[in-house]
Design a binder for this molecule. Structure first.
Ligand code: GCU
Length: 138
């Protein structure tokens, strides 16, 4: 199915702030995670059918060091320490891709800061799911 975009600034934010002070983001802004491990953004995404889904996460990281995120689906860790390497500046938006398994219907995808520096500035997740039965694609 075509990718569906979920904006970080519209998701549930725990210990972070929706901001718009670094140009080039999608939607109305991005999330600046508080600089601590455990800070997170939780998206609720829909899948027309159970199966593998590609996640493309838009971000910037204006520091030199990796800002890894753990990715949990439905409360279960799916990806440990997904790397968000330096993009040199906070306005140079890039993306990282990973694959997870979703169930049919609503799924929570929580992206949690895995290091003390916190996550990158997170713009969105594009979710590309398998096609469901005819008429259920969304
Ligand atoms: C700077 C930058 C923020 C960023 C922060 C960080 O303050 O302006 O957008 O989130 O660094 O290191 O996380």
């Amino acid at each position: 199915a075509a990718p569906v975009r979920y904006e970080a600034e519209s998701a549930v934010i725990s210990e972070g702030t929706a901001e718009s002070n670094h140009a080039g983001y999608s939607g109305s802004g991005f999330v600046n995670f508080d600089n601590a491990a455990g800070t997170y953004v939780e998206f609720t995404v829909n899948a027309p059918a159970a199966g593998s889904a590609t996640l493309t996460l838009g971000y910037t990281n204006g520091t030199a060091a990796d800002r890894p995120l753990d990715i949990a689906v439905g409360g279960d860790q799916a990806v440990d320490d997904l790397a968000f390497p330096s993009t040199d500046t906070w306005t140079n938006w890039e993306s990282v891709t990973t694959t997870v398994t979703l169930k049919a219907g609503a799924n929570t995808i929580r992206t949690t800061s895995a290091a003390a520096e916190g996550g990158p500035n997170l713009d969105y997740i594009d979710v590309t799911t398998a096609d469901g039965p005819a008429g259920t694609d969304y």
